[in-house]
Design a protein around this ligand. Structure first.
Ligand code: PLP
Length: 399
């Protein structure tokens, strides 16, 4: 892991990016630069948008590929009261790295290590009676009370108790509270289509959530937090903020719905930049095919360059001929298919040579949104897929 400390001397964006070419990054020929100053600034911006609600920085899936612990710490520095992850083991890793404060983990299967969470003061989500039973067993094992968030399924049909199962879950959780086994800290749910504000699911889910909350409160539960909003709901649906918003994609400087608002318009900056160095370049005559299957065929004499990143590193194969790449002052694109370890880029007459830098996406290059459009997917997937074979270099990491 390489760390670049901001000495205050590196001022311009390109100087900061140049500093990310550490020895390890140069040796690999590729780097995912993670700008923690941008991340902290985005968290602060999200806290403004969230208004009076508290902020949970969602750092599941290695912080969408950006680095779990680094982003967890930076989110705290920027004032995020909560951190949220899917897997219990992600929460445990954060805690064991010394990240304190409130952490919620929401995805568990029978046999999950609830005791490890409870002993580390990590909040866990409970959607089912089996989970409540396992949490209560973990409380007996650890001798510590559990902090739980009851999840209502209001229409996504993912986790959460639906209307038919909610009363039994609430009753069992309330009984466990009266036994001093658990504290119900939160009631929560998740939207199916918050990125489409007029979507018919939205009002239905909000109504179902209100009903679930009223039912729990009538049963004697007094939650500290109510939460339903992800990034899209934080931006589009102020009446869904309740007392806490869970923000993932917006904090990474990407818009949850590029058709409605760009990250830039919302004052958000991209956090990840994927950069590489050309391994070689060559001139090829018209009629030359490139990469497997010859999906690319040079229509005139041109230059192509080789980049040491492929689908093993998380570039989608669907980027064939389309994935944008910035090189020597202009944006060009892939020549042909993505291979396991490498891609070929059309360089035309840019004059780029071996060792020169190319930018796949991020600050100063094409955006993750453009890659998503080229691949028929969403910006979330583009950044999250970037794998462990690409070294991360952190800008603005505090000591
Ligand atoms: C991933 C996730 C979020 C964050 O969603 P964004 O759209 O990235 O803001 C919030 N809540 C839950 C339950 C999630 O799984």
């Amino acid at each position: 892991m390489s760390v670049v400390r901001d000495t205050g001397l590196m001022t311009t964006a390109s100087e900061r990016m140049a500093a990310a070419w550490t020895r390890a990054a140069v040796a690999r020929g590729a780097v995912a630069v993670i700008d923690l100053d941008a991340y902290r600034s985005n968290i602060e911006r999200c806290r403004e948008i969230a208004g009076g609600a508290a902020t949970m920085a969602v750092v599941k899936a290695d912080a969408y590929g950006h680095g779990l612990v680094q982003c967890g710490r930076a989110a705290r520095e920027a004032g995020a009261e909560w951190l949220g992850v899917a897997l219990l083991e992600e929460a445990i890793r954060l805690r064991d790295a010394g990240v304190d404060g409130r952490i919620l983990a929401w995805l568990a299967t029978p046999g999950a290590d609830f005791a490890a969470c409870i002993s580390r003061d990590i909040d866990v989500s409970v959607s089912t009676l089996w989970a409540l039973d396992e949490v209560m067993a973990a409380v007996r094992e650890t001798g510590k009370q559990a902090r739980i968030h009851l999840k209502a399924d209001t229409g996504l049909s993912r986790s959460g108790a639906n209307a038919a199962d909610w009363p039994a879950l609430v009753e069992a959780a309330r009984a466990a509270e009266l036994d001093d086994t658990v504290t119900v800290v939160g009631l929560w749910s998740h939207f199916a289509a918050a990125d489409e504000p007029g979507h018919r699911s939205v009002a239905r889910q909000q109504l179902a959530f209100d009903q679930a909350v009223r039912h729990a409160e009538a049963a004697g539960i007094t939650p500290e937090v109510l939460h339903m909003a992800n990034s899209a709901a934080m931006i589009e649906l102020p009446d869904s903020h309740h007392t806490l918003v869970r923000v993932g994609i917006a904090a990474y400087g990407l818009s949850p719905n590029v058709a409605r608002s760009s990250a830039k318009d919302m004052g958000l900056q991209p956090v990840m930049s994927l950069r590489a160095r050309l391994a070689s370049t060559k001139t090829v005559p018209a009629g030359t095919g490139a990469s497997y299957g010859w999906d690319y065929m040079a229509t005139s004499d041109t230059t192509v360059g080789l980049v040491p990143l492929g689908y093993a590193d998380g570039l989608p194969r669907s980027a064939v001929n389309a994935g944008p790449v910035y090189s020597a002052g202009r944006t060009t694109h892939l020549a042909g298919r993505v291979c396991m370890d490498q891609i070929i880029v059309e360089l035309a007459d840019t004059g780029a040579k071996a060792g020169d830098e190319v930018v796949l996406f991020g600050a100063e290059g094409p955006s993750a949104d453009e890659w998503a459009a080229a691949c028929g997917t969403i910006n979330y997937e583009i950044v999250t897929r970037i794998g462990p074979r690409v070294p991360r270099v952190y800008l603005g990491e505090s000591s």
